[in-house]
Design a protein around this ligand. Structure first.
Ligand code: NAD
Ligand code: UDP
Length: 314
């Protein structure tokens, strides 16, 4: 049987590169498209010589063509860390808007399944807790995070418009905070920040009071959930994340106790519109995809810490 082809945008990024591994490891052909704005060729260097892997350097904001058949289009290209997307506000909006449109067009002309990497940020600073897929969210439409939140909300709307107009098979995954090997140590997200601070003997920086909550999912669990959705019959949106919730201060204390009980914790200003609470309701993923996260935070952190010790890029 001919091998199926998957087009993965953002394929040189943190999550995208793990998806490239998953598909090449299971007999698919993979085409990764990335402009390297926040990703790195290091993340996919091990795939360079595989005959089933191709890398195209391109900004998905500009239309492009792919020769040959494509069975699945997975749109992951977008800066994802708040520090990154606030540094590249217009590029972030363009990746979510024009970029999504360009990828939907490729999926339409190739008659491929389209999967969008959406985010828990579509819930904004949520007033409903935990967040279920039918919650419409509480997003500041022009605050500093809006360039990311609204681009993803637009992308969801665009995907469903193509589904309604063309009857396309589209899928939306709403990804909650995910961590693991190949995050950039300097992307400003809390997991790489705390790891960087531990490895360099610096104080852990907690923003605000640290009472805001997040729920952290290990990347292997996320990839399992995403690929189950891609190969399923449902469109979603489906939340994929780990429902174990921590305050950021609890999280800092857990890391300190495990890796350096002498580390100091210092407090810094809370960024504007930082969501006060976030925890996925994953009953839909459990029921429709038979998915549940398997890697406990302590184990995922150990794997991530070990990876950063051996692959530091500071
Ligand atoms: P990342 O920054 O590591 O990866 C994003 C990749 O997209 C990078 O390689 C970057 O160079 C590429 N990219 C960005 N704009 C592009 C463009 N215009 N054209 C081509 N390539 C472009 O971030 P990540 O954490 O791997 O996130 C991947 C996707 O998952 C993003 O769409 C993000 O919104 C989504 N997501 C991630 C999380 C998370 O916790 N990691 C949570 C929610 C959603
Ligand atoms: N945060 C923190 N210290 C840091 C980096 C982040 O306290 O060094 C907080 C941030 O304010 C937020 C949470 O940790 O409340 C998660 O931030 P991150 O940037 O990882 O992801 P977000 O969920 O905000 O997109």
């Amino acid at each position: 049987m001919a091998k199926k082809t998957v087009l993965i945008t953002g394929g040189a990024g943190f999550i995208g590169s793990h998806l490239c591994d998953w598909f090449t490891g299971r007999g698919f052909k993979v085409i990764a498209v990335d402009n390297l704005i926040t990703g790195s060729l290091r993340n996919i260097a091990h795939l360079k010589n595989s005959k089933d892997f191709k890398f195209i350097r391109h900004d998905v904001y500009k239309p492009f063509k792919i020769t040959g058949g494509v069975d699945y289009v997975m749109h992951f290209a977008s800066p994802a860390s708040p520090v990154d997307y606030m540094e590249h506000p217009i590029a972030t909006m363009l990746a979510g808007s024009y970029g999504t449109h360009n990828l939907l067009e490729i999926a339409r002309t190739k008659q491929a399944v389209f999967l969008l990497a959406s985010t828990s940020e579509v819930y904004g600073d949520p007033l409903v807790h935990p967040q279920k897929e039918d919650y419409w969210g509480n997003v500041n439409p022009n605050g500093p995070r809006s360039i990311y939140d609204e681009a993803k909300r637009y992308a969801e709307a665009a995907a469903f418009a193509y589904k309604r107009v063309y009857g396309m098979d589209v899928k939306i995954v709403r990804i909650f905070n995910t961590y693991g090997p190949r995050m950039q140590i300097k992307d400003g997200r809390v997991v790489p920040n705390f790891i960087d601070q531990i490895l360099n003997g610096r104080p852990l920086t907690v923003y605000g009071t640290g009472k805001q909550t997040r729920s952290f999912c290990y990347v292997d669990d996320l990839v399992d959930g995403i690929t189950r959705l891609l190969l399923s019959k449902i469109s979603g949106p489906v939340n994929v994340g780990n429902p174990r919730e921590f305050t950021i201060l609890e999280f800092a204390k857990l890391i300190r106790q495990k890796y350096n009980p002498k580390a100091k914790i210092i407090f810094k200003p809370l960024p504007q519109d930082d969501p006060k609470q976030r925890k996925p309701d994953i009953s839909l993923a459990r029921k429709a995809l038979g998915w549940d996260p398997k890697v406990p935070l302590e184990e995922g952190l150990k794997r991530t810490m070990d990876w950063f010790k051996n692959n530091r890029t500071t």
